[in-house]
Design a protein around this ligand. Sequence first.
Ligand code: TXA
Ligand code: MG
Length: 350
Amino acid sequence: MGNPLKTKLLPLNQQSIQQAADILRQGGLVAMPTETVYGLAANAFDPIAVGAIFTAKGRPQDNPLIVHIAEVEDLPLVARDIPPAAKKLAREFWPGPLTMVLPRVDAIPLEVSAGLDTVGVRLPAHTGARQLIRAAGVPLAAPSANLSGSPSPTTARHVYNDLRGRIPLVLDGGNSLVGVESTVVSLVGEPTVLRPGFVTREELEEVLQQPVALASSLDKPLEEGCKPASPGMKYKHYAPKAEITIVEGSLPAFTAYVAEQKEIILRDDPSLQLAVLCFEGEAAEMPVTAVCYGRFNDASSQAAALFTALRSLDDLGAHIVFARSPAQGGVGMAVRNRLLRAAAFREIIL
Ligand code: TXA
Ligand code: MG
């Protein structure tokens, strides 16, 4: 990269949206709030601007970007041969945390789709994001606004910490309320969830009145040489510096296990920092430093808190972390998917 840019962090308002729209029209990058996580936006029709996203994030070139639109009527600007299923899902879940993979129009450059014939499209619910897309006058390609490999940002401060010096502007639109990235569903061929999110498989099946498949690589490491349906799924994501292990079991069993591990680990190397990821109200019982991620058995609250909790572990300098297992089913599937990746698939059942 060249000289570091001066990065402005501005509260989202009419004036900052206009500044941001000017930057985007001139081929620059802007970090914007959405209801899922913050996105790093560029004009989706401008291959050079889109290329700059990959540089700023340090993102592998073969991982395609999601294109964001402000109105359903704009879908034909980016996708073609739109099946009835897409229209049904748009009616039910847009604006909102659902990305649909559809056949791509030629105007979408290969830089966005990483050479695929398809494009992922989303109409976000965050009003600031929609105002920015309208003001820019073009669809915006935007991956999560973190450095590649870090947890996705759910506050403007997370973005600023990761991308300071690499982008000109971060718009602060408050905490991302959903907290995990959108559900990605492919509608090319049989409907298939490529990435679980806040919109659950059950909800998709209910609206489509047909079965929705799950991509086979979702909750296990990708086998050597295997091609994922969603290229992003092959990368180790959301990873804090600590080594995390998910520990499935009751609260007393978890606490006893951590106490036992603490003895063994610290006997070997007393300089190691141990921590747990647990639920609200459990911290006092823990034998090591505790970071909470939501409430027990409440997947939405766990989703909202997870990425901030992962960043806190880094701030604490934790080396070894034991995590309580997320809620089962529904949105819990998304939380588990992200936590498994943060844990590099390490999991034990007590
Ligand atoms: O909630 C979200 O989706 C956030 C906000 C900013 O909208 N964006 C986001 O983007 O999470 P990103 O780039 O971090 O993740 C995009 C995911 C990746 O796993 C990528 O492989 C997949 O979507 N994806 C994008 N386009 C695709 C396509 N044409 N076919 C298959 N997978 C696609
Ligand atoms: Mg991402």
